[in-house]
Write a protein that binds this ligand. Structure first.
Ligand code: NAD
Length: 373
């Protein structure tokens, strides 16, 4: 029996509208094949919202997102050197919309899968042994606490300036992101036979009190998940292990700033920003799904942007907000098949002289994935 869902759509700026159109194409195909109905509502945020309303995040957008089951987003922002949006005060710029929507929707957990597709092995900058083994991990970054949200000040002390930032976490803030990480590990393992789910918690417990509390809460939460292995790793070691042996990771959970840095590192070892989805989740099932890359003003309007990160974000939307795991698997499998059949956008084309490769545009890639569902 098909189900009905409301999805708010923020196409945004730059390549945003182009890549979102392809994700909608794939979701419409999912609806057709599985008998669901998706009601899309287009809402404004970022530069497009500034141009129409003078505000980067109109109230109507917030209300619409809150009344939806999920939010699908392209990307926001323009070229900071040339776009008039960057002559506005910081709270009126496109990015202010993104920070505020996260807060309004209470999106405390940011998920970024980093997956090396065998077909794109040559794009991986790691030495052959690591690339050969492949990897498939998810970074879960705490998004609304930690060092980026603690009190900060700069003051004059003994004739010089002294700056202070504080890293604050309550047990409840740690617990909710820990629970998300364990749930995600379980959900990922559910569709893979013979895989024991694992959570690697990253901290700096040899130095920081906040990390010692983090570790303690993780240990307590893990008691509720006997089927999931928990390991702890220091953040500096994790930075090394990610380039040495990324295959060892399944779900990685960490503090806001550690996660900011490590998730960028994890993205880059896949070799391609156009392939990487992301999800930001709150305590309910509502989430915001967007590609990890930005609005790519350099290629906007050319029809060459890679839509796969946005399509894979739509797969995460199906899995985490709509509870449609089978459909999410179908989208991910269709992406795999599309790559295996040789379709590539320019950014992942590598050796375009290879006869097995078909270089296509944004819409061509969306068509190829939709056809394979
Ligand atoms: P970017 O990710 O937009 O672009 C970096 C490079 O990656 C560019 O060469 C671009 O062409 C390429 N690229 C990105 N996505 C691609 C895709 N799907 N297919 C093919 N190539 C792709 O980063 P930037 O240039 O630093 O930022 C541009 C704008 O995007 C800025 O205004 C920035 O603030 C904004 N931004 C927004 C978000 C967001 O919406 N969450 C995230 C990051 C940056």
């Amino acid at each position: 029996m098909g189900k009905e869902f409301k999805i708010a759509v923020i196409s945004g700026d730059g390549i945003g509208p182009e890549i979102v159109a392809e994700a909608k194409k794939v979701l419409n195909r999912v609806a057709e094949v599985y008998g669901h109905t998706f009601h899309f509502t287009d809402v404004l945020m970022g530069g497009a919202a500034i141009d129409k309303t003078g505000e980067p995040l109109p109230q109507e957008t917030i209300d619409n997102c809150k009344a939806s089951d999920a939010v699908l987003m392209g990307s926001i922002g323009g070229d900071p050197n040339t776009s008039p949006w960057y002559k506005l005060s910081p709270e009126k710029r496109p990015e202010a919309g993104l920070l505020r929507i996260r807060k309004e929707l209470g999106l405390f957990a940011n998920l970024r899968p980093a997956l090396l597709y065998p077909e794109l092995k040559s794009a991986c900058p790691l030495k052959e042994t690591a690339a050969e083994k492949g990897f498939d991990l998810v970074m879960v970054r705490e998004l609304t606490g930690g060092l980026y949200f603690g009190a900060r000040r700069t003051e004059e002390v003994n004739g010089e300036r002294v700056a202070t930032d504080t890293l604050v976490y309550s047990e409840s803030e740690i617990r909710r992101v820990a629970v998300k990480a364990f749930e995600i590990a379980r959900a990922r393992a559910a569709t893979k036979a013979g895989v024991t789910p694992k959570v690697t918690s990253i901290d700096k417990a040899n130095v920081l009190d906040s990390s010692r509390l983090w570790r303690d809460v993780l240990n307590k939460v893990s008691a509720d998940y006997p089927d999931v292995t928990l390991e702890h790793m220091l953040v500096d070691n994790c930075a090394m292990q990610l380039v040495l042996n990324p295959a060892q990771f399944d779900v990685v959970v960490t503090e806001n700033m550690f996660g900011d840095i490590l998730s960028d590192e994890a993205s880059m070892i896949t070799g391609s920003i156009g392939m990487l989805p992301s999800a930001s989740l709150n305590e309910s099932s509502l989430g915001l799904y967007e590609p990890s890359g930005g609005s790519a003003p350099d290629i906007a309007g050319k029809g060459i942007a890679n839509p796969l990160a946005t399509i894979l974000s739509a797969a995460m939307l199906l899995r985490y907000s709509l509870g449609l795991s089978k459909e999410a698997d179908a989208v991910e499998e269709a992406v795999r098949k599309t790559l295996a059949d040789g379709f590539r956008t320019k950014d992942i084309a590598g050796d375009a002289n290879d006869e097995a490769i078909t270089v296509t545009g944004t819409a061509g890639m969306g068509d190829a994935v939709a056809e394979r569902i």
